[in-house]
Write a protein that binds this ligand. Sequence first.
Ligand SMILES: Nc1ncnc2c1ncn2[C@@H]1O[C@H](COP(=O)(O)OP(=O)(O)O)[C@@H](O)[C@H]1O
Ligand SMILES: [Mg+2]
Length: 264
Amino acid sequence: MERPQECSSPEWERFFKDFRKHSPLKEVRFILAVGSGKGGVGKTTLSVLLALALKGEGFSVGLFDLDFYGPNSALLLSPEKVQPATDVGGYKPVSLEGIKVMSLSFLITEKEPIFMRGLMAGKLLQELTQRVLWGPLDFLILDLPPGTGDIFLTMLDLYSPDGFILITTPHKLALADSLRTATILKEKKIPLLGVVKNMSDLFGKEDSFEAFLKEIKAPLLFELPFLKELTEKETISEIVDTPWGNRELKILSQNLLKRIFRVH
Ligand SMILES: Nc1ncnc2c1ncn2[C@@H]1O[C@H](COP(=O)(O)OP(=O)(O)O)[C@@H](O)[C@H]1O
Ligand SMILES: [Mg+2]
């Protein structure tokens, strides 16, 4: 499907609406986006934990690392460099820990920086979306790039996520960026399922967090403490298979599923 030449918005609206239906995403039941507005607040960590948590509930799960600035989610699942299988039809995601993973990092070399202007990135994204062969999935998790710029907006338009999870630390700088993200979601009518508060145990008392939740009218979905193990273990699955992992990932997936049923 070709992008419209004209920039008039009704044409683009039609294009975006049809895009998901006519792409390999048509066999995906639920697209879940993980974003923040800020870099380094735990989007990738949460995306991988969430994928493992939902897989633990028996769902088939895909994970698409769409961070143009630093794709790294596969690193959390596999210590070795992985590459997708390409055949004539497109890219086949790699299965890591039972999760179908696709990452921009599979398509570039490690030392190659990804300098891309909005239009170029948009074009690449569109092509990737049409060529990654997800097959049938219950959930596809999108690990989104930081920021609220062009690339971020194009991703929301192309994928029309069925739900968005906002992750942030309780620090006021992160909250300010998250607020901007929440405003965009509202404008684009993307359901905000809730907020994950990351590493709040490292911060002092941050009263602004409660006010933030109130302002964006979203519930607190989960609290992810600072996990020292994340800096010590090679892959995240080593954390999942611990008493903390077994207990907390269940809470994460259950809270999320309840919220999905309420919103949809
Ligand atoms: N809860 C946590 N406990 C310990 N380290 C964390 C936690 N959340 C994130 N980190 C670390 O902070 C860094 C940034 O996290 P990452 O998930 O890559 O953020 P983002 O994808 O938003 O840039 C990583 O080194 C990650 O291991
Ligand atoms: Mg990341």
